[in-house]
Design a protein around this ligand. Structure first.
Ligand code: NAP
Length: 196
């Protein structure tokens, strides 16, 4: 649809947690986006290939997490393409699917601080606007004027912490959606904890 404003939140989502969802929700409201797509990576350039949970599980958990929010949806472009996920490919594929949409790529301020190292960094800026989500304890660099900055609620939760908690037999409810906690338990995910 012409003029649709679509946020794109790429991530490993291993697993998805309330920090991701709060960031997506805040950017959606703050920038007046029509919806935000969560795009689970196949393999991430700066991370170990095929981390703790297989892509099929990470995707299933993302779908459970957005099931009750009509503003949020999940795209499989990165998993379908396979191989290492480069954001330039993510945005090219989404643009091919939705040629008239305005794309807003959302990432944590930590990730965007390394944007100049990403593949085809110059081209990226032509494909989408970039939105940096500030995180607790992160100071924005002077170059942050290159993209919009949205302050998300300070939810000090990380996927690493969720995996570690599962490995230690500690609770993860209220850190991740209930359906995601149930999925992790049913599929015995992360019982070995985290290797980060
Ligand atoms: P991730 O850890 O799965 O998290 C997804 C996003 O949510 C990140 O931007 C992350 O910010 C943010 N986030 C996590 N916890 C949060 C919290 N508590 N509150 C608010 N925001 C939170 O993401 P990732 O594996 O680093 O990947 C991010 C995206 O960047 C992916 O689409 C990946 O493909 C892309 N990427 C592309 C290249 C490239 O093209 N060369 C290189 C690197 C990454 P933080 O980053 O600050 O944790």
């Amino acid at each position: 649809m012409a003029g649709t404003r679509v946020g794109v939140l790429g991530g490993t989502f291993d697993p998805i947690h309330h920090g991701h969802l709060a960031a997506a929700s805040e950017v959606c409201a703050s920038l007046g986006l029509d919806r935000v797509l969560l795009v689970p990576t196949a393999a991430q350039p700066f991370k170990e290939p095929d981390g703790p949970a297989h892509a099929e599980h990470r995707l299933a958990m993302c779908r459970l997490a957005v099931a009750h929010d009509p503003r949020l949806d999940v795209s499989t472009v990165d998993i379908d393409r396979g191989g290492t996920t480069f954001t330039v490919d993510t945005l090219e594929d989404l643009r091919a699917q939705q040629p008239d949409a305005e794309l807003y790529f959302i990432a944590g301020a930590d990730a965007l601080a390394r944007l100049s190292e990403w593949r085809d960094a110059d081209r990226l800026l032509a494909l989408a606007r970039f939105v940096a989500v500030t995180r607790p304890g992160h100071a924005m660099s002077p170059s942050s004027g290159a993209y919009a900055v949205v302050e998300a609620p300070a939810l000090d939760v990380s996927s690493t912490d969720v995996r570690r908690r599962v490995g230690e037999g500690r609770p993860i409810r209220y850190l991740v959606p209930h359906a995601v906690a149930d999925y992790i338990q049913e599929h015995d995910l992360y019982i070995g904890g985290t290797d980060d």
